[in-house]
Design a binder for this molecule. Structure first.
Ligand code: ARG
Ligand code: ZN
Length: 423
């Protein structure tokens, strides 16, 4: 009898060990092929599981048949999710095998760390580092850079805009605006704003295009539009998208700042559920970050001719509208522009960028900054989605920063020079 009980114990223990051992030890990202309505519902259900984070599309509501979903899954649920998918004959492949290794690569940016290769602009930086950098840049280049405080975030962090201008005699009355990091987890975006500023200051009077830009227009740059969210991705949840404001009557925090602008606000393509990653907020411009940008642009709308918003990932050059399928009056002009930019990127960097109006190229997404800026009267308004197309997604290794930024820089130059000629 005793022997039997011992045997039973032994068997149970081995089964227990086995399940533990075959469990995946890493957080992973799966690319899931959704090919029927049944799949849509199954995958949507998986995204409500709190150990998953949707990478692509932005919200479960966007999941459609014949699309590829990128889903981040914590190690403790990887096995369960895979079994669940197999059970329902939903095909998938592992997109990122070990996200922790990529995260480690992305935060390895401390100069005292001997493993950190590369130079300052080829790394990702913490929010504190970025604030320090803003201050240092404006001090060291006081002849070309001014810092403007345009407001503060929900958690009261300052929103600083860098104003870059060429060393010229007269004031110009033309400007462009660029914001980076509306979405917290898209780290390549703030990295691009920093790259751009550095490039502009280093190559003024060296490179013809950037010199032309700085001589003919002021350039306003908001390096981190969502500092609270960005901070949160460094400390708590790498996959966070929204800002960090508290929502009334909900345990879920955060508003999607790119659904919070007053452009067909909270219609199809945004969510009124505070727990959804595309939550539109209580009302248009309910968020201090949205308000600060909108207020600044409203008061500079006579000079700002070009609006640029930097996101990732998926490699696209987009223009309005995203909030409706309607064509804007200068659709053809903007279409030709992004087409030219995309062609140049292909030629110089051998990389493909899709282009077109937002709604037709990705999905209906109301409340976006680009649409709002367009309707304010900024007739050249764009959203760039930088690298990559999902291989690393938001966890793009630092070694990819130079090319990703050079691609975006090229597109920005093509567009800005056109705007200078036309306005
Ligand atoms: N991926 C971006 C988002 O979901 C797309 C931005 C395009 N523009 C827009 N107004 N939605 O916010
Ligand atoms: Zn984004």
């Amino acid at each position: 009898m005793r022997a039997l009980i011992q045997l039973a114990y032994f068997i149970c223990f081995s089964i227990f060990l086995e399940t533990c051992l075959c469990k995946v030890k890493h957080d992973q990202v799966l690319a899931i092929t959704v090919s029927s309505q049944e799949h849509v519902e199954k995958v949507q259900n998986l995204t409500s599981h709190n150990e998953t984070a949707l990478w692509q599309p932005a919200s479960p509501n966007y999941i459609t048949t014949n699309s590829e979903v990128h889903l981040y899954i914590q190690s403790t649920s990887v096995q369960f999710v895979k079994e669940h998918l197999r059970e329902h004959a939903i095909t998938f492949r592992v997109l990122v095998e070990n996200t922790a290794a990529l995260v480690a690569m992305q935060i390895r940016n401390d100069t005292s760390d001997p493993r950190s290769g590369g130079v300052f602009y080829e790394r990702y930086h913490s929010l504190e580092d970025i604030y320090y950098w803003i201050n240092k840049t404006s001090r060291e280049h006081s002849d070309m850079v001014k810092v403007i405080l345009i407001g503060s975030s929900s958690e009261k962090r300052p929103l600083y805009v860098l104003k870059l201008s060429g060393k010229r005699e007269e004031e110009v009355n033309r400007a462009m605006w660029m914001d980076c990091g509306i979405h917290a987890r898209e780290w390549i975006a703030p990295a691009f704003c920093m790259w751009f500023v550095n490039y502009a200051l280093a190559f003024y009077n060296q490179n013809t295009e950037i010199t032309e830009m700085l001589n003919k227009m002021d350039i306003y740059i908001l390096t981190v539009m969502n500092p609270d969210g960005y901070k949160y991705t460094w400390t708590t949840d790498r996959m966070w998208r929204k800002n960090r404001s508290e929502n009334k009557d909900s345990y879920c925090a955060g508003v999607d700042l790119n659904r919070n602008f007053d452009a067909n606000w909270c219609t199809k393509g945004a969510s009124d559920d505070p727990c959804d990653p595309t939550y539109c907020g209580q009302f248009p411009e309910s968020e201090p970050e949205t308000q600060a940008v909108a207020k600044f642009l409203r008061s500079h709308k006579d000079t700002v001719k070009l609006y640029l918003s930097i996101h990732s990932y998926s490699q696209m050059l987009l223009f309005p509208y995203s909030c409706s399928y309607n064509e804007i009056p200068n659709h053809n002009e903007l279409f030709e522009l992004v087409k030219e930019a995309s062609t140049k990127i292909r030629r110089y960097y051998r990389n493909n960028y899709k282009y077109g109006s937002g709604a037709k190229t990705i999905y209906l997404a109301p409340g976006g900054s680009d649409d709002w800026a367009y309707d304010l009267g900024i007739k050249y308004s764009f959203t760039f989605e930088l690298q990559d197309r999902g291989q690393y997604g938001f966890l793009l290794p630092p070694s990819f920063i130079p090319q990703a930024c050079n691609e975006a820089l090229l597109a920005a130059k093509v567009i800005a020079l056109h705007v200078i000629n036309k306005t």
